[in-house]
Design a protein around this ligand. Structure first.
Ligand code: GLU
Length: 394
C-alpha cells in the first residue's frame, strides 16, 4: 500500500459533502475522450450527462457545461484518418465541421428532458477584453435565469496559438472562476488522480481529497495527455489549482460512469476532490488574477509586502524597488518580494517608464516628478489580488 500523505486521506469527508451540498452554480467540463467512441459521439454518455444536468437543475442549481468533442466529431464526420497528424489549421477546420454536429446532438438529448441549450464559443481574447468579458458574463447569467443550459467550447476556428486557452480544462476553470461557480466538475476517462501511475506501479492508490495542490500533487499527475482532446491529468490538476485559487472546489472523476454527478451529490466516494484555497474572489479580481496576462514585474520591499498581504492596503510607489517589462497604465503586473516570489498580481495605474521614475518615492511628489498625477497609488487594493499562499499566511 502506498504511503499516503494525510492531506490526501478521506479526512475531509465532511468538508467535501458540505461543499457539494452548498454548491449552487456548477460548471461541468466533459472531454473528448469521454464523449466519443469508435464510431463517433457516444450518445449513451451524452444521455446520462443530460439526465445528471436535469437532476442538478431540479435541485435548484445552475449548470454550465463546457464541452469538447467538436474536433473528434468533425474527424468522424468526414472520416479523417485517426493516425493522421492534425495541424492547427486542420484542427480548426475539423472543429468547424464537428461543432454543429455536437450541438445538434446535445439539442436533441436535452429536448427529451424539456431543456433548452445555448451555444457559447469563446477565445481567450474575448475574456481578456473587459467589455467582451462583461458581455459574456451577462449573457451567461441571463441564460441561467431563463433556465437554459449554456454549452461552452473554445472558438477553435479563430483561435490561433496565442489566442488559445490551451485546452478545455483551462477554459472550464476560467469559466468557473469568472462566473463565480462554486464547483468545477471535470469529467474524464480515468477514475481519479492516483498516487502513482496505476498502469505500471502496483502501489498506486486513488487520491480521494486534496487539501492543497502542491508539487507532490502535481508530480502525481505525471505528464499524461489525451489523444483526442488536448489535456491530460496534468492539465486537469492545473485547472483544479486555478479554481482553488479563485475560491472554488473541483472534482476530477470518471465521465463514463452513468449518473456520476447524481452519485457525487448523494455522497458517493468517487473521483478526486480539491478543496478551495481561499474565500471566493469577486468577479473583477477573478478577471485580473486569471485572465489578464501580466506584462511586467515589480519588486517590492518587505514593508509593502506586509501592507498588501496582511494589511489589505494598496501598493504605493514608495514600496517599489524595481519595475521590469514594457507595461502601460491599466496592464496587469506581478508583484514579487525580495526573494523573487510572486506574491500578488494587479492592474497598475502608471506605465513602466513612469513607475521607474517614481519608485521608492512618496506619493506627494508624483506630480512634481511626472508632471501629472493619475492616482496616489500604483495599484489600488480593489485591483490587487494576493496569491493564495500569501493569503494563508495572514
Ligand atoms: N475545443 C476542442 C474540441 O471541441 C477540444 C479542446 C480540448 O479538449 O482541450 O474538440
Amino acid at each position: 500500500m502506498a504511503k499516503i500523505n494525510k492531506q490526501y486521506n478521506p479526512d475531509f469527508l465532511v468538508e467535501r459533502q458540505e461543499l457539494f451540498t452548498k454548491a449552487k452554480r456548477v460548471v461541468i467540463k466533459v472531454g473528448s475522450a469521454v464523449l466519443t467512441k469508435e464510431n463517433g459521439l457516444n450518445l449513451a454518455v451524452i444521455q446520462h450527462l443530460v439526465e445528471d444536468i436535469k437532476y442538478l437543475q431540479e435541485s435548484g442549481r445552475e449548470v454550465i457545461l463546457v464541452s469538447s468533442g467538436a474536433v473528434a466529431a468533425g474527424r468522424k464526420k468526414i472520416n479523417f484518418q485517426e493516425d493522421q497528424i492534425v495541424t492547427l489549421q486542420q484542427k480548426q477546420a475539423l472543429a468547424a465541421i464537428g461543432q454543429s454536429t455536437l450541438m445538434h446532438i446535445y439539442d436533441k438529448a436535452f429536448a427529451t428532458h424539456n431543456l433548452h441549450i445555448a451555444q457559447v464559443l469563446l477565445t481567450h481574447s474575448d475574456l481578456a477584453h473587459r467589455n467582451r468579458y462583461v458581455n459574456f458574463k451577462n449573457t451567461v447569467f441571463t441564460l441561467l435565469k431563463m433556465g437554459i443550459v449554456p454549452i461552452i467550447n473554445e472558438n477553435d476556428t479563430v483561435s490561433t496559438e496565442e489566442l488559445q486557452f490551451g485546452d478545455n480544462d483551462n477554459l472550464g476553470a476560467l469559466v468557473t472562476n469568472l462566473i463565480e461557480g462554486d464547483l468545477f466538475i471535470c469529467l474524464t476517462d480515468v477514475a481519479s488522480l492516483y498516487t502513482a501511475n496505476p498502469d505500471n506501479d502496483p502501489t498506486a492508490a486513488p487520491v480521494f481529497t486534496v487539501a492543497k495542490i502542491d508539487d507532490s500533487v502535481e508530480k502525481m499527475a505525471g505528464n499524461t495527455t489525451s489523444s483526442l482532446g488536448t489535456g491530460g491529468m496534468r492539465s486537469k490538476i492545473a485547472a483544479a489549482k486555478k479554481v482553488a485559487g479563485g475560491g472554488g472546489a473541483s472534482l476530477i472523476g470518471p465521465g463514463r460512469t452513468p449518473g456520476i454527478i447524481k452519485k457525487l451529490f448523494c455522497g458517493e466516494k468517487i473521483g478526486t476532490f480539491f478543496l478551495p484555497q481561499r474565500n471566493r474572489l469577486q468577479g473583477r479580481k477573478q478577471w485580473i488574477a486569471f485572465v489578464l496576462k501580466p506584462q511586467g514585474k515589480l519588486e517590492i520591499d518587505d514593508g509593502a509586502c506586509r501592507a498588501i498581504c496582511s494589511g489589505g492596503k494598496s501598493l504605493l510607489p514608495s514600496g517599489v524597488i524595481a519595475a521590469k517589462g514594457k507595461f502601460q497604465a491599466g496592464d496587469s503586473v506581478e508583484c514579487c518580494n525580495r526573494q523573487g516570489q510572486v506574491i500578488a498580481v494587479g492592474t497598475i495605474n502608471y506605465r513602466a517608464e513612469d513607475v521607474q521614475r517614481i519608485q521608492g518615492r512618496h506619493s506627494d511628489v508624483i506630480e512634481q516628478i511626472l508632471g501629472y498625477r493619475d492616482s496616489d497609488v500604483l495599484i489600488h487594493r480593489d485591483n490587487l489580488v494576493i496569491l493564495p499562499d500569501k493569503v494563508g499566511e495572514k
